[in-house]
Design a protein around this ligand. Structure first.
Ligand code: NAX
Length: 334
């Protein structure tokens, strides 16, 4: 059988800790398929080129047949040339004492340059996943500077939050994580996010039932559970002295895999995507919604029951994103 034509996959922040796990999974065919050859386009900043050289040696040493080649570069125009998909992992991390507006200003600079390079050099149907924080607003900025690429092609990652929530529910019930479905993360990838299991289902003793019915503890679900997921990233940092990396890479793989190959019948996943006003969320915010995907196009799941409790949580996280977007727009227009 003839081999598929190779596709070009960008990873930014390629010398960093998330990329270290992510690159191996992409190269192994876990995202785009075991029959899909790839070229890796690895972007980082000059100071990281020594480390990236070592990463490239390891890519060689993986001896994986799907990898047809790679480029390592500090030039966005080279990195994004003819890109089919891009994982934007590199960003300016928050340092102690840094104000949010300073963090946003630093990231506007990075995502403006990358948006412009995507606009000019990438394929028009490129799929962009922003992982680097503040991920939702970075995706908004990137899309803003890439007007020739549809807004729908820019997404941000909340899949790690979804995976955390799914795993936590499974553990609580003593069931397999694959028997928990339709957990939704709404809003920002920050501590204002709303991990929602109101419409989620579990398979327990061969019976499909709602999570609230299975757990039988509404108070826990609406307090400790939510707080634990919202603050899980900080808990990992406290324990590991470094932020989530292996699980973040796996979540990026899950996100892009489902975008590329589609969701299965009756299942949805959480992705931060441009709002069309669904569920009363302001248009154009990059907001995490439940989505189904087919033919590489996502659609926001409609008609879910939004309780008063859920409404207040959705509005809270939307307000934070409106503030971030407003601040980013001020920096963009300065
Ligand atoms: P690291 O500090 O290990 O790596 C970041 C890499 O990005 C470094 O190699 C750095 O040189 C590079 N970089 C910086 N500016 C760049 C630019 N302009 N162009 C290209 N590369 C650039 O961080 P890591 O642990 O890999 O985390 C990366 C990002 O993911 C951070 O912003 C982090 O906050 C974010 N995360 C997002 C998550 C999500 O769920 N959306 C979860 C995990 C993670 O916290």
């Amino acid at each position: 059988m003839a081999q598929k034509a190779p596709i070009r996959i960008v990873v930014t922040g390629a010398a960093g800790q998330i990329a270290y796990s992510l690159i191996q999974m992409i190269a192994n065919g876990d995202v785009f398929g075991k029959d899909q050859p790839i070229y890796l386009h690895l972007l980082d900043i000059p100071v990281a080129m020594g480390v990236l050289e070592g990463v490239c040696m390891e890519i060689d040493d993986l001896a994986l047949p799907l990898v047809k080649g790679y480029v390592k570069t500090v030039e966005p125009e080279e990195a994004f040339k003819d890109a089919d998909a891009a994982f934007l992992v590199g960003s300016m991390p928050r340092r102690e004492g840094m104000e949010r507006k300073d963090l946003l200003a630093a990231n506007v600079k990075i995502f403006k340059v990358q948006g412009q390079a995507l606009d000019k050099y990438a394929k028009k149907d490129v799929k962009v996943l922003v992982v680097g924080n503040p991920a939702n607003t970075n995706a908004f900025i990137c899309s803003y500077y890439a007007p020739s690429i549809p807004k729908e092609n820019f997404t941000a990652m909340t899949r790690l939050d979804q995976n955390r929530a799914q795993s936590f529910i499974a553990k609580q019930l003593g069931i397999c994580v694959s028997h928990v479905q339709n957990v939704t993360i709404w809003g920002n990838h920050s501590s204002t996010q709303f991990p929602d299991v109101i419409n989620a289902k579990v398979l327990q003793n061969s019976k499909l039932m709602g999570v609230y019915d299975a757990i039988k503890d509404t108070k826990w679900l609406e307090s400790d559970f939510i707080k634990t997921i919202q603050t899980r990233g900080a808990a990992v940092i406290k324990a590991r002295k470094m932020s989530s990396a292996m699980s973040a890479a796996k979540a990026a793989v899950d996100h892009m895999h489902d975008w590329w190959h589609g969701t299965s019948n009756g299942n949805w996943v959480s992705m931060a995507v441009v709002s069309d006003g669904s569920y009363g969320i302001p248009k154009d915010l990059v907001f995490s919604f439940p989505v189904t995907i087919s033919n590489k196009k996502w659609e926001i799941v409609q008609g879910l029951n939004i309780t008063d409790f859920a409404r207040s949580k959705l509005d809270f996280t939307a307000n934070e994103l409106v503030e971030e977007k407003n601040e980013a727009e001020i920096v963009c227009s300065a």
